[in-house]
Design a protein around this ligand. Structure first.
Ligand code: HEM
Length: 321
């Protein structure tokens, strides 16, 4: 998103601060607030922290403020750079959005793009990481699937070659592994809270206006009336199936559906696929002494995002020929 040489330290700081905030605020967000409501207000999240419980507010206020400052500094320095040399462009997301700001009647200005960029960090940092960790966990728990993925990668990519984004279309089995991971371990298990503006009749039920609606995607994706053997990790169920990520099939909506569907979906799928394929293809993986595929801890930690309660521990190694 940003030019890496100048901004890498800020980038790391940003991601670390965003992750800290997600950890600290996620359960309160789920229980008390609609994060999207906060996003729609287009005000810095820390302005709304007064609505959280005292402990959460105390722990997060300064980090939240810091995150906005980091992003604010990045924007300011880019604006300065562009003003001093109009030809200096990175043609990245920030440049595109700053171009928009300069257009007549634009809705964007440096305050609301700061909020937008922070929200993208907030929504994009944790979710993709969690999905990659769960995918790796399922692969280590299911050596049969891991072996099939490795065979496909060796055949399509070739030994010693780097995986590229353009290879993904030629990896059908690997793609369904990521799909199956998002079925069993959706990073946003309750999508995002919705709020009914008016009374709505749905399937014979009345949803009164102003009620918050949580869609339990986690439970839907494990419902035996839609899925055979729902608790098992079986990527094959998606081979030849028309079900995709775009929210057309309500039994499978890891990115939500409709107008509020995750805007980061194409980026997220590419990131998860590329990182996962690269680490599997570049290394062999084993579990630490004393852990077997059957004893890997699979507990989930409930919050706005669905983390592993105990982080995965796995050891990369290169096989001697
Ligand atoms: C595997 C990774 C990801 C998953 C599973 C995921 C899932 C979701 C889900 C379920 C929603 C709620 C959709 C709804 O309410 O219908 C959402 C919203 C959102 N996502 Fe993602 N997401 C991922 C990655 C990303 C990334 C990488 C970005 C940006 C860089 C991003 C940006 C957003 C934003 C801004 C929203 C709020 C949209 C709104 O309410 O208007 N997401 N995501």
């Amino acid at each position: 998103m940003f030019q890496s040489n100048i901004l890498l330290p800020c980038w790391n700081d940003c991601v670390a601060t965003a992750m800290y905030l997600i950890n600290k605020t996620s359960s309160s967000l789920i229980s008390n607030h609609a994060p999207s409501e906060l996003l729609l207000k287009k005000k810095p999240l820390y302005i709304h922290l007064k609505a959280f419980g005292c402990g959460v507010k105390r722990d997060t206020f300064s980090s939240c403020k810091r995150l906005y400052e980091i992003v604010g500094d990045i924007i300011k320095s880019r604006i300065k750079c562009r003003a001093s040399n109009p030809m200096s462009r990175n043609d990245d997301f920030l440049d595109v959005i700053l171009d928009q700001c300069q257009e007549d009647g634009s809705y964007f200005n440096s305050d609301n793009i700061q909020v937008l960029i922070v929200e993208l960090f907030y929504a994009g940092s944790d979710t993709a990481t969690i999905t990659t960790e769960w995918a790796m966990t399922e692969l280590l728990r299911n050596p049969r699937v891991m072996q099939k993925v490795r065979q496909e990668l060796s055949k399509v990519i070739g030994a010693g070659q780097m995986v590229r984004e353009s290879d993904m279309d030629r990896l059908p089995y690997f793609q369904v592994v990521v799909k199956e991971t998002l079925r069993l371990h959706p990073a946003g298990p309750l999508i995002l809270p919705f709020k009914a503006k008016n009374d709505v009749e749905l399937c014979g039920f009345t949803i009164p206006s102003n009620s918050h609606v949580l869609v339990n995607m986690w439970a839907i994706a494990r419902d035996p009336s839609y899925w055979g053997d729902p608790s098992s990790f079986l990527p094959e169920r998606f081979l030849g199936s028309k079900i995709d990520y775009r929210g057309q099939n309500y039994e499978y909506i890891p990115f939500g559906a409709g107008r509020r569907i995750c805007p980061g979906m194409p980026l997220a799928i590419r990131m998860v696929q590329l990182v996962l394929a690269s680490i599997i293809h570049s290394f062999n993986w084993k579990l630490p002494e004393g852990t077997t595929p059957l004893t890997i801890d699979m507990q989930e930690q409930c919050g706005a995002t669905l983390k592993k309660a105990i982080p995965l521990s796995a050891i990369p190694f290169i096989e001697e020929n």
